[in-house]
Design a binder for this molecule. Structure first.
Ligand code: ADP
Ligand code: VHF
Length: 376
């Protein structure tokens, strides 16, 4: 293999997918041991590693000798609980053989939505890394219901990468990387070694249909790549059971698909607004406001707001869009939807008379506003 891309990252996130972590009848201990050894060896070189591991559901199914996920939610959650403890046991054992300790972190979408909990998670992860303990993160499947699930660990891993200001995201799966079409359906599918821009066809290459035990398929890996590369962080998708894959990547060998990062890095607060929050409504804005926020980097003022969609409180994340439904970006509102309905179209100097008081001139301050065009 040619050596082309020496990785100099100091803090990385590694994500292991369900298919690669499970064998025929249970967890694939060989893979778990190999990845643990590789992570441990990176840590011994002074690199900080955070592991996002799937496998709870797959391991639980195998343990209960079930062929597929049950339809009932309580049963699914019970399966995840059974599998998660086995998963952690396996990591506990394999990392202790390398003299490393592990910590289990189970997160929900709500934890990432709430800024206080989001920052708390960050502090805990920092402490673990200071103590040279390996954080093993998964979604808390046992309490999540379908509607509010993060859904796939590729996007969770991307959010952890942003949360922790990591320098690199490795997504390890059961295939060599991104192909130009679904290799399960097309025998002539070709591996794409490098993705520089997210043209529409990139998403068309990928089927969202995962492998037998996976969740998001290649599509969720591309979404994850969008998130991190738009924030200036590179990502590689590679085969997790290929021998010493992480160490070889660190030594500069080319494997898998490399997603090239954008040059400009988005501030971490803006990453949180863009990727962790679920918008609660929309503001339809006029062309003047579109140019002000898009071209001139200005805040969104009431005068540019035409209408309000949905009901939301002060501080909520909302989309702002044109009357043709083109989404321009996302931001945190200084006023609740009820008040925006009253002040829309007004000058900022008229807010006080209208509402009987004024805390802010802007509906969305530019520090709390992220443009879609900056999100890859
Ligand atoms: N264009 C593509 N390139 C590579 N793999 C693809 C593509 N389209 C669909 N896939 C499928 O996506 C699967 C990986 O996704 P998934 O099963 O969710 O893995 P994981 O469990 O590692 O997250 C591969 O096994 C492959 O069959
Ligand atoms: N939280 C789930 C993993 C869901 C998931 O994203 O799976 P995958 O697409 O295989 O990475 C579990 O542990 O089973």
């Amino acid at each position: 293999m040619p050596k082309q891309r020496l990785i100099t990252a100091r803090r990385v996130v590694v994500k292991l997918g369900s298919n690669v972590i499970t064998a025929k009848n249970s967890l694939n201990l060989e893979v778990i041991e190999s990845i643990s050894r590789q992570i441990s060896s990176l840590m011994d070189r002074g690199i900080e590693v955070i592991l996002v591991s799937s496998g709870a559901m797959a391991a639980g199914l195998r343990k209960m000798q079930m062929m597929r996920r049950p339809d009932e939610i309580p049963k699914r959650q019970a399966i995840a609980a059974i599998g998660q403890s086995g998963l952690m046991n396996a990591y506990e054992k394999s990392f202790s053989e390398c003299d490393k300790k592990v910590a289990q972190i189970l997160l929900t979408a709500e934890d990432l939505n709430n800024r206080k909990r989001y920052l708390n998670a960050r502090n805990t992860l920092h402490t673990l890394m200071e103590w040279k303990v390996v954080p093993v993160i998964n979604e808390n499947d046992t309490i999540m219901v379908e509607e509010i699930k993060l859904g796939d660990n590729d996007n969770l891993a991307a959010m952890i990468t942003l949360l922790m200001d990591a320098d690199f995201l490795f997504i390890l799966t059961d295939i060599d990387g991104l192909y130009d079409k679904d290799p399960r359906q097309f025998s002539d599918a070709k591996l794409i070694p490098k993705v520089t821009t997210f043209e529409k066809e990139i998403e068309e290459y990928a089927s969202h249909i995962p492998g037998t035990l996976g969740t998001g398929g290649m599509l969720s890996k591309i979404q994850a790549a969008r998130k991190v590369t738009s924030s200036g962080i590179p990502m590689i998708v590679a085969r997790g059971n290929s021998q010493n894959v992480l160490l070889r990547l660190f030594d500069g060998e080319e494997h898998g698909t490399y997603f090239v990062p954008r040059k400009e890095k988005m501030a971490s607060r803006k990453c949180w607004i863009a990727y962790a929050l679920v918008p609660k409504g929309s503001l339809v804005i006029d062309q003047g406001a579109v140019s002000a926020v898009r071209k001139n980097g200005k805040s969104l003022l009431p005068i540019g707001v035409l209408s309000v969609e949905g009901e939301f409180e002060q501080g909520a994340a909302v989309f702002f869009k044109t009357s043709d439904n083109e989404i321009i970006g996302t931001g945190l509102v200084n006023y609740r939807s009820f008040d925006i309905n009253l002040i829309k179209g007004l000058k900022s100097s008229q807010i006080e008379a209208c509402l009987g008081g004024k805390h802010y001139d802007e509906i969305i301050h530019r520090d709390n506003l992220v443009l879609k065009k900056d999100c890859g």
